[in-house]
Design a protein around this ligand. Structure first.
Ligand code: NAD
Length: 477
C-alpha cells in the first residue's frame, strides 16, 4: 500500500516535517527510510486542526454515522491486514504471525467501537418534585494519544478507536521507533471517509512532539501508553492545565501455579505469556510463582520448552523476534548481567543466520529467584522470566502483590473457592483464572493500579473514559 512514510497528517493533508528521523529495522539493524520528526509547532497545528474538525464536518457527524465510518475503517484494515502486518514486522521486529494478529486486532477494535458508537447513553435520575434530571455523555473534545512501539496497531485501535467513537477529534503521536503503521492506518481511515482533522498524526521524538502534546493547553484529554517514568512526566505536564489523563503503564505480572493446577493446560501459557513480542509486552507474565509440590515438574517442562526456542528475524517468523533497538537490548543485557549468581533453569538461542546487527536476546528462564531481587521486581521488557517457589496461598498472594505494579495476574488452580479468593486478593486490573490473557479480548476492560497506571481502555470502559458526564437538572414546577 502507498502512504507517505516521512510525513505528518494534519487536517487531512500530508505535510513534510522540517526534519526527519531514521527508521531502523531491528531484525537487521539496517536503516529503511525516514519518518517525520514532528515539532511542538506541528503539534500545535494538529491540535488546531482537531478543534476545527469538532466545529466542522466531524462535529456534525452523529453517533450512528461515526459508527458507520469506524466500521468501514475496520473493514478496510481487515482487507489490508497483510500489508499492515509487513509494515509492523519491519518496524517492530515482531514475528509476522504476531504482526498479522495485531492488524486483525486493529480491525476488530474499529468494528467493536464502530458498533458501540450509538449505544452509549445517559440516564434519567429520579429527583425532587418539580425537576426532571438527566445526564448527557459528551466527548472531551481534542484527545491526545501518545503510543509506544511494542504494539502500535493494537494500542491505536483501542485508544483512537474509542475516542473517535465518542466523537472526540484525535492527535496521535506514535513512537519514534515504530510510526509507520500509524501513518498507514491514518491513510486507510481517510480513504474510508473519516473527515479531515478528526485524526491527525504527528510522529516525532517523545521529548519534543510527545511533551508538546502532553502539555498543550488545547488538549482536553491525554491517553498515554508507555513506561511508568514517562507516564509520570506526562501526568505532570497535563496537570499544568488540569487536563485529565489515562495512564497505561508497565507491569511485572505474575502467574501463580498451585499444586492442584491442570499443568498441561497451564504450560503453554506460562512460557508464551512471558515471551510474546520478545517479552516487550506490558502484560508480559515475567514472574512465575509456583507451589513447591509441582515446582520441579513445572520447571522441567518449561526448561524443555525454552531449550527449543529460537530468536530470529521477524520475516522468518521464528518463536521470537529481536528487541526493538540497541538501547532496549542494552537495558535487557544490563538486567541479565545482574542475574550473575542466580540459577539458570534454561535458555533458548539466537538463530545462526540472524543478522549480527539485529538486536537479538536469547530467552532466559531463572529459578529460585528471591522475590525482592531486582529481576523479580523491575520491568525488564525482554525475554526473561523468573520462577519463584511458594508454600501457602497467603505467601503466593504476598509475593504476587509485592511489586509496585498491578497490571495483570493469572491463577492456575482447580479449587473454585481459591479462584474467587485470589481474584479479590490480587492487586491487578485484570485477573485470569486458568488462562492468561483470554486471547486479547478487545471487549475486556484493561488497565492498571499502582505504578501500572490508572484509567481503563478496551471494552465499553474506554468509551466512558473518552467522555464526560454532564448533568442537566430542569425545574418545571
Ligand atoms: P516510553 O515511555 O519510552 O515511550 C512511550 C511513548 O511516549 C512514545 O511515543 C515516546 O515517544 C513518548 N514519550 C517519551 N518521552 C516523552 C515525554 N517526555 N513526554 C511525552 N511523551 C514522551 O515507552 P516505550 O519504551 O515506548 O514502551 C515500553 C513501555 O510501555 C513499557 O514500560 C510497557 O510496559 C509500557 N506499555 C504499557 C501498556 C499498557 O497498556 N499498560 C502497553 C504497551 C506498553
Amino acid at each position: 500500500m502507498t502512504y507517505p512514510t516521512d510525513r505528518l497528517l494534519i487536517a487531512g493533508t500530508w505535510r513534510p516535517a522540517a526534519e526527519t528521523l531514521p527508521a531502523e529495522n531491528p531484525s537487521t539493524g539496517g536503516i529503511e527510510g525516514e519518518i517525520a520528526r514532528g515539532s511542538a509547532d506541528d503539534i500545535a497545528e494538529a491540535v488546531d486542526a482537531a478543534r476545527q474538525a469538532l466545529g466542522g464536518a466531524w462535529g456534525r457527524t452523529d453517533a450512528t454515522d461515526r459508527g458507520r465510518i469506524l466500521c468501514r475503517i475496520g473493514e478496510a484494515v481487515r482487507a489490508r491486514a497483510e500489508d499492515l502486518a509487513q509494515i509492523e514486522a519491519r518496524d517492530v521486529g515482531k514475528p509476522l504471525r504476531q504482526a498479522r494478529a495485531d492488524a486483525l486486532a486493529l480491525a476488530r477494535y474499529c468494528e467493536f467501537y464502530g458498533g458501540a458508537a450509538d449505544k452509549i447513553m445517559g440516564e434519567t435520575i429520579p429527583y425532587r418534585e418539580g425537576f426532571t434530571v438527566y445526564t448527557l455523555r459528551e466527548p472531551h473534545g481534542v484527545t491526545g494519544h501518545i503510543v509506544p512501539w511494542n504494539y502500535p496497531m493494537q494500542i491505536i485501535g483501542r485508544s483512537v478507536g474509542a475516542a473517535l467513537a465518542m466523537g472526540n477529534a484525535a492527535v496521535l503521536k506514535p513512537a519514534e521507533d515504530a510510526s509507520r503503521s500509524a501513518l498507514a492506518f491514518a491513510a486507510i481511515a481517510v480513504e474510508a471517509g473519516l473527515p479531515p482533522g478528526a485524526l491527525n498524526v504527528v510522529p516525532g521524538l517523545g521529548v519534543e512532539a510527545g511533551a508538546a502534546l502532553a502539555g498543550h493547553p488545547g488538549v482536553d484529554h491525554v491517553s498515554f501508553t508507555g513506561s511508568s517514568a514517562v507516564g509520570a512526566a506526562v501526568q505532570m505536564a497535563a496537570a499544568r492545565h488540569a487536563t485529565p489523563v489515562t495512564l497505561e503503564l508497565g507491569g511485572k505480572s505474575p502467574q501463580i501455579v498451585f499444586d492442584d493446577a491442570d499443568i498441561e493446560r497451564a504450560l503453554p501459557f506460562l512460557a508464551d505469556a512471558g515471551l510474546q513480542n520478545a517479552g516487550q509486552t506490558c502484560s508480559a507474565s515475567s514472574r512465575l510463582i509456583i507451589q513447591r509440590g509441582v515446582y520441579e515438574k513445572v520447571l522441567d517442562r518449561l526448561a524443555a520448552r525454552y531449550r527449543g526456542l529460537v530468536a530470529g528475524p521477524a520475516m522468518d517468523d521464528r518463536d521470537l523476534g529481536p528487541l526493538i533497538s540497541a538501547k532496549q537490548k542494552a537495558i535487557v543485557d544490563g538486567f541479565i548481567a545482574r542475574a550473575a549468581g542466580l540459577s539458570v533453569a534454561a535458555a533458548g538461542r539466537i538463530a545462526d543466520d540472524a543478522p549480527a546487527a539485529g538486536h537479538y536476546v536469547a530467552p532466559l528462564l531463572l529459578r529460585d529467584v528471591d522475590p525482592s531481587h531486582a529481576l523479580a521486581q523491575d520491568e525488564i521488557f525482554g525475554p526473561v522470566q523468573v520462577a519463584i517457589p511458594f508454600d501457602t496461598e497467603e505467601e503466593a498472594i504476598a509475593i504476587a502483590n509485592g511489586t509496585p505494579y498491578g497490571l495483570v495476574a493469572g491463577v492456575w488452580t482447580r479449587d473454585g473457592a481459591r479462584q474467587l479468593r485470589l481474584a479479590r486478593a490480587l492487586r491487578a486490573g485484570q485477573v485470569f483464572l486458568n488462562n492468561y490473557g483470554a486471547g486479547g479480548g478487545v471487549e475486556l476492560p484493561f488497565g492498571g493500579v499502582g505504578r501500572s497506571g490508572h484509567g481503563r481502555e478496551k471494552g465499553f470502559e474506554a468509551l466512558y473514559g473518552f467522555s464526560a458526564v454532564k448533568t442537566v437538572a430542569a425545574w418545571h414546577g
